[in-house]
Design a protein. Sequence first.
Length: 338
Amino acid sequence: MLKYKFDPNIYYIGRAKNFQNRLKSHLKSTITDRFHKFGNLVGWDKFEFSIIEICELNTQQEREDYYLQKYIPVLNTIFKSNLSETQTYESLYDILKLKQTNLDFDNKYIGITIYLYEYIDGHVNLNFKTFASINALSENIGVARETIKVYLNTNVPFKNYIFFTNKIDDCELIEKLISDATQGLNLHYNIAKKIWIYFIESDGKISKIIFESTRAAARFLKVHHTHITYHIDKWIKGGLNGYYVFSKELNNLELEKLTELSLLRKTNNCTVWAYNAQDLELIHESFNSMQKAAEYFDVDYRSILNHLDTKLATKKGGQLVLLFSKELTKLEKTELLN
């Protein structure tokens, strides 16, 4: 923790495997986030240093995240906390604008050199590309100019890209600042995610289609993309108009569960007629669902489902019965008795 000597409520929480090197990076940094602006303004000699916790390197980020979420230090980059009820700003746009260095956009996309870096799995690829303007960058990567303007110099990645107007000098420090900046922000929505859609045919065959994004799946089903978001990974009877939407490929056990769910949707609300297998007399007046029939015979509904319309007798409630989804005609009874 680096704490301002004259106000105990103003402090910064960070992590380092070599504190001396990290402190030098902070002192030399030209980054203009909240912490460095304040430090350069009041003077770095106005801070005192203390250790919160010593831990293994492989748990360092997890422990730092814990302290950031718990205390929300005012000098760390602004973020929303997932673990507390604090919500400082109403929208991602507001947060990004507060993170952003003041930039002069009066020259309408001209004369602003942009450094484009890739940010994947928590690490910055230092093989950057440079562009002479936001417009040139926009055309190259297919991201709207206004989006680039909002994310520029915020230390917040967009679709595995991160945009700066200066070259990165200290990769480790930038990765720390990115980690700070993205705390509590739900950024997954701007990364295309594969969608698996399953459909159960009338004969029980399972059809599967894979889409590269939520919007592509929504276009196929002719629904708004929010419908996909609502139904994804939810085992809802009937799915979305008969289609079941998942964020991953189902294994064999999950496919069996899906088939059972689909059959339940198709037959659970159907009327069930139960006949005595010896004389085909109705055992009970018709049941208005499989579940009601199952309750009457004190069995699981799957037992009713598995024998429905098979014309095969099964023992239920101490007697042999035949189960059908419709009432038998006299001719059908005669044929069965024969």
